[in-house]
Write a protein that binds this ligand. Structure first.
Ligand code: SF4
Ligand code: SF4
Length: 135
């Protein structure tokens, strides 16, 4: 058995395509959706674990790629070190899923782990090393 953790980005035209159904039915894969999000641009983002026989796993990934899904392997996770955060808001517009957001009234930044797809865009954007990659 083989396993891959992937970030899938669906263009708007594919957001309603039942890809996980096909991965299960046509490629005999176990699909575990870790996070799912439709971004403000209406792109779909999924973080999934795919598990199955090696050749079927490769074929399933090829099916996604040929369909037009952008596939990014995910070996690492991202978290927020609140103690280092100065609430400067430099990360807010960078984050594609609004996992990092700012309260309009208090101007405090917060991190919603459920929305984070571990794209790592916030890592270089944060001047205070408050966003951390977990290996
Ligand atoms: S890694 Fe950073 S930029 Fe990417 S979704 Fe998570 S919090 Fe947002
Ligand atoms: S860029 Fe870093 S320090 Fe600034 S608000 Fe975001 S996480 Fe906090």
């Amino acid at each position: 058995m083989a396993k891959k953790r992937l970030v899938l980005t669906f263009p708007p035209s594919l957001v309603n395509t039942p890809v996980t159904y096909h991965l299960v039915k046509d490629y005999d894969l176990v699909v575990n959706i870790l996070r799912a999000r439709v971004t403000p641009e209406e792109e779909g983002k999924l973080v999934i674990d795919l598990e199955g026989e090696k050749d079927k796993l490769e074929k399933g990934v090829k099916y996604l790629s040929e369909l037009g899904v952008h596939i990014q392997p995910l070996a690492r996770d991202v978290t927020w070190n609140e103690e280092n955060c100065t609430h400067c808001t430099a990360c807010i517009t960078i984050c594609p899923t609004e996992a990092l957001s700012v309260d309009k009234d208090t101007r405090k930044v917060s991190f919603d782990k459920e929305k984070c797809i571990a794209c790592e865009l916030c890592i270089p954007a944060c001047p205070y090393q408050a966003m951390v990659i977990l290996i």
